[in-house]
Design a protein around this ligand. Structure first.
Ligand SMILES: Nc1ncnc2c1ncn2[C@@H]1O[C@H](COP(=O)(O)OP(=O)(O)O)[C@@H](O)[C@H]1O
Ligand SMILES: [Mg+2]
Length: 144
C-alpha cells in the first residue's frame, strides 16, 4: 500500500522521521529516493539521532559511501550509493552485517537493488519546486 505525505516545512519532515524511527527494527532497509536536496539526508539524520546516537555531527556519506553508528539502540549504516560504480562494491561496505543485525538507510539505492531484500521500506520524494519548503513523499513497505 502506498501512503502519501505532504510536508510543509522541514520540521514536519523531521517529525515524520522521528515517528518512523520508532517503528524500525533490526533487518529493516530504508531506501531513500528523490532528487538532490529533497530531504533524504534529513530523514536519515533524524532517524539516527532518534535512535540515540551521541554523535553531535551526522555527516553525509556522499564521499565515504557509508557512515556507521553502533551507539544507537539498533546499529545503523547510513549509505549514499550515488558514487558506487559496481553493485558488488556494497559488500565492501559491511552490508551483510547490517542486513542481519542493524538498520540500513540507503540514499540512491538503485544500483544495489538486486542485492537488497524484497521487503524494503521505500521513501520517495517527488521533485520539488525551487525555493519551496513543501515536499511530497510516498512511503511503501511499512504501515505508518
Ligand atoms: N519540508 C522539508 N523537508 C526536508 N527538507 C527541507 C524541507 N524544506 C526545506 N528543506 C531543506 O532541503 C534540504 C534537504 O537536504 P538533504 O536532506 O541533504 O537532501 P538530499 O539528501 O535529498 O539531497 C535541506 O537544506 C533542508 O533544510
Ligand atoms: Mg543526501
Amino acid at each position: 500500500m502506498t501512503q502519501h505525505f505532504t510536508f510543509k516545512t522541514e520540521s514536519e519532515t523531521v517529525e515524520f522521521a522521528q515517528s518512523l524511527a520508532k517503528k524500525l527494527k533490526a533487518g529493516d532497509v530504508v531506501r531513500l529516493l528523490g532528487p538532490l536536496g529533497s530531504g533524504k539526508s534529513v530523514i536519515a539524520r533524524t532517524i539516527i539521532l532518534t535512535l540515540g546516537t551521541k554523535e553531535k555531527h551526522i555527516p553525509s556519506p556522499t564521499y565515504t559511501l557509508v557512515q556507521a553508528y553502533d551507539d544507537t539502540t539498533t546499529p545503523i549504516a547510513h549509505m549514499d550509493l550515488y558514487r558506487l560504480e559496481d553493485s558488488e562494491e556494497i559488500f565492501d561496505l559491511d552490508i551483510e552485517y547490517y542486513l542481519e543485525n542493524g538498520i540500513l538507510l540507503i540514499e540512491w539505492p538503485q544500483i544495489a537493488d538486486i542485492h537488497l531484500p524484497k521487503n524494503c521500506i521505500t521513501i520517495e520524494f517527488a521533485p520539488s519546486q525551487e525555493n519551496s519548503d513543501i515536499r511530497e513523499m510516498t512511503l511503501n513497505g511499512i504501515e505508518f
